[in-house]
Write a new protein. Structure first.
Length: 51
């Protein structure tokens, strides 16, 4: 996986088939909730973390 600010876009999906991921982006008040089967396209240089 590229470093967080590598200039490369990322496509993220919540795996394994159970559980969830909570990505939070700079400038947003709340984390998004990803569940199995969901996906998220993260643009290059978009600051984020997963809680």
């Amino acid at each position: 996986m590229p470093p967080p600010d590598s200039g490369v876009a990322k496509l993220v999906s919540a795996l394994p088939p159970t559980g969830e991921a909570l990505p939070r982006f700079a400038g947003e008040d709340e984390a998004r909730r990803l569940r199995p089967g969901d996906w998220l396209d993260i643009a290059a240089h978009r600051r984020h973390r997963v809680e």
